[in-house]
Ligand binder design. Sequence first.
Ligand SMILES: Cc1ncc(COP(=O)(O)O)c(C=O)c1O
Length: 414
Amino acid sequence: MNTTQTAYKDLILQSEGYFGPYGGCFVPEVLLPGLQEIAAAFDELKLDEAFLAEFHDTLHTFSGRPTAFTPLPRLTEEIGGAQLFLKNEGLNHTGAHKITHCIGQILLAKRLGKKRIIAETGAGQHGYATAAVCARFGLDCTVYMGRKDYERQRPNVYWMELLGTKVVPVEDGSQTLNDAVIAAFKDWVANPESYYLLGSAVGPHPYPAMNTFFQKVVGEEIRNQCVEATGRLPDYCVACVGGGSNAMGMFYDFLDDEEVGLIGVEAGGRGVQPGEHAAKVLHGQLGIFEGYHSYFLQDGDGNIAATHSVSAGLDYCGVSPILAYLADEGRVQFATASDAAALAAVQRLARKEGLIPALESAHGFAHAFELAATLPKDKIVVVNASGRGEKDLFITMRHFQEESLIAYAKHLLK
Ligand SMILES: Cc1ncc(COP(=O)(O)O)c(C=O)c1O
């Protein structure tokens, strides 16, 4: 920890929306009263015992928390280095960590008397979770989704519609998460009485801190489960990074434990050329976009650049201002994993451990496998399996079937 720094945990949750130079609240005036209302409610409710009891009870009875902490003995043996464990957030209702911040925010929206929810989604997991909590608590719901994601994450579109949510495909821009966020903000500007249920640790204040506050239960569970399973804390926690909600959820509780290494893995895509990846911390520039100051992928003129990732949930141009700050501080390290490495990690985890992670989470596994190989056997590496892989059926099936067709063709040509 930086010696002038007291405690990262306090600094983040007590901040007024700035994390070092990052964060803030850069929005059109029409949205300010709504954001101030949410910030005031969050400040009050994060200390309200009845609210917190309802939040934790709903996590347990509706989503199935605590999620499992699973040793990976066969992979550990195959790799021959550190002991590998996973935190199975894919066991949550709707299949990913996203439902945790959705439950927190829907309870807050209810307290504010809101009747209509707006959300954006990339992989569809945040949209699916939002649709589920809206159905459960009786609120009207509209979810924006880039056309490309709408097509590639079709199973989640189906579930959202079944839950009674209106899913709006966004035809603008690169038709991915960034365009969905812009469309959701436009809806909010036109309907400021609605509640925007934002799906990551990004956006204007208070969303980054509020998202982290609700998601931090992930790291709290890991702390207890790891001590119970191994007698001590992990040496490394590894999480994929899109906007940063599953990473902040995993990392927050360990921020002040200097001995625990924290590693965020960004989408390395097809290569380092602009438009071929979504690695904001490693290749982005500072900017203000979608209401907050952080690292963004931009072109030479400062316009938001195209992004690419095989996983829709990581295919986003910006990153949490909290992670930008922790990266500058050196408290969180960053790495990338390519599309190919993520796909290979899905197959490896499936074949060796009987677990099928989401493509987003598979980026964390790809890096963790490399890291574990370099470490001695007494080290512990925990990976956040932020979601399960069912939603990726059409992507992985095409990839692995194409692979087996090519292998078969090569065999015939021998
Ligand atoms: C399973 C899963 N993991 C990770 C992410 C990336 O988001 P974040 O970085 O906010 O966790 C997503 C986004 O949709 C997701 O669905």
